[in-house]
Design a binder for this molecule. Structure first.
Ligand code: FMN
Length: 320
């Protein structure tokens, strides 16, 4: 599965992921229920979908049941999602300060109330994504997962870090096995799963029902599909050349420009370009340049220079 990532898993990125992963569940960025219902942003770009998105989870953040239910109903009416996912893991202060995201792990009864209210009112599976707990002194993922299940959640995803850990290294993968043992509903593992081997290890060792990949697919939208194929058939991921990577990057950039225009699409693309440009000598200097491009021509010119330089290097390295 593709993890929800704010600022990354937009409609353009998801279409690329889908090309290699026809069967995976993919997720939107986190959507504010308050934004939808109170600020009436029903037409916001973050909600856009295309037909190729399905199966898709729309992820909502909320704290008030009536607002959550109204937001979910709007999303279902407008976008026909496969599932509604509730964000109960976001560590960002702006969100937790509003008693949304991971703050709900400190209010497990209220979290269960939110889930129950939503399950009762909509005709889609409700899933929940959460962390180990607020911090290392309050790791309540087992109790929290059980409450999600009892409240009617159809599936949970565990990001195996606490809120206090943010995104630092040190995922507690053992927690996947404990949660899987404790629950009857499907459990999805998330956190630092970077390779197809990691995905296999997590599934085989902890018995989880699936894996969700976040940062591992930044600049590599093909990995979700490649991991899926590896898990199903044993076929290993292919080796991507720099030319191949740049071809996808240019396509990604062009789609963003078509979607948002060059003025907004190119700045949006800069971080992706830095992720696509991986695995060659001198990468740092070029990454810096790539985060300052202003047009498709700028991107093409830098890619051409990188490829030419790598070509020149090849014979030299072969001799060495
Ligand atoms: C830039 C970024 C944005 C994220 N946005 C969201 C989000 O909107 N909703 C959510 O549940 N998790 C969000 N996450 C967390 C990821 O979904 C995932 O749980 C986390 O990155 C760990 O998985 P990974 O190690 O595979 O990246 C975000 C992570 C990153 C790096």
């Amino acid at each position: 599965m593709l993890a929800p990532m704010a600022g990354i898993t937009d409609v353009v990125f998801r279409a690329l992921v889908r090309r290699w992963a026809p069967e995976s569940l993919i997720c939107t960025e986190m959507i504010s229920s308050n934004g939808l219902v109170i600020s009436k942003q029903r037409k916001a770009r973050i909600l856009d979908h295309t037909e190729c998105d399905h199966p898709i989870a729309y992820q909502l953040a909320a704290n008030k049941p009536e607002i959550l239910v109204e937001a979910a109903k709007q999303v279902i009416e407008d976008h026909n999602p496969t599932t509604i996912d509730l964000n109960m893991g976001c560590p960002v202060k702006k969100i937790t300060g509003n008693f949304e995201g991971c703050a709900l792990m400190r209010e497990p009864e209220h979290a269960a109330f939110l889930i129950r209210s939503l399950v009762k009112e909509i005709d889609r599976p409700v899933t929940v994504k959460f962390r180990l707990g607020w911090d290392s002194n309050s790791m309540n993922y087992l109790d929290f997962g059980k409450r999600c299940e009892d409240a009617g959640a159809s599936m949970v995803t565990l990001h195996a870090r606490t809120r206090a850990q943010g995104y630092q290294p040190g995922c507690k993968w053992e927690a996947f096995g404990e949660l899987k043992q404790a629950l009857s509903i499907p459990v999805i593992a998330n956190g630092d799963i970077r390779t197809a081997e990691d995905a296999k290890t997590v599934i085989e060792t902890y018995g989880v029902d699936g894996v969700m990949i976040g940062r591992g697919c930044q600049g590599e939208p093909w990995v979700i599909g490649e991991f899926d194929t590896y898990l199903k058939t044993g076929e290993p991921p292919r080796q991507w050349t720099l030319e191949d990577r740049f071809e996808v990057a240019l396509e990604h950039a062009q789609h963003l420009v078509d979607y948002r225009g060059e003025k907004f699409g190119i700045p949006e693309m800069r971080k992706h370009l830095a992720w696509y440009a991986q695995g060659f000598r001198g990468v740092r200097a070029y990454r810096n340049e790539l985060t300052q491009v202003n047009s498709m021509d700028d991107i093409r010119a830098i890619f051409d220079r990188i490829l030419a330089e790598q070509q020149e290097r090849l014979p030299e390295e072969a001799v060495a």
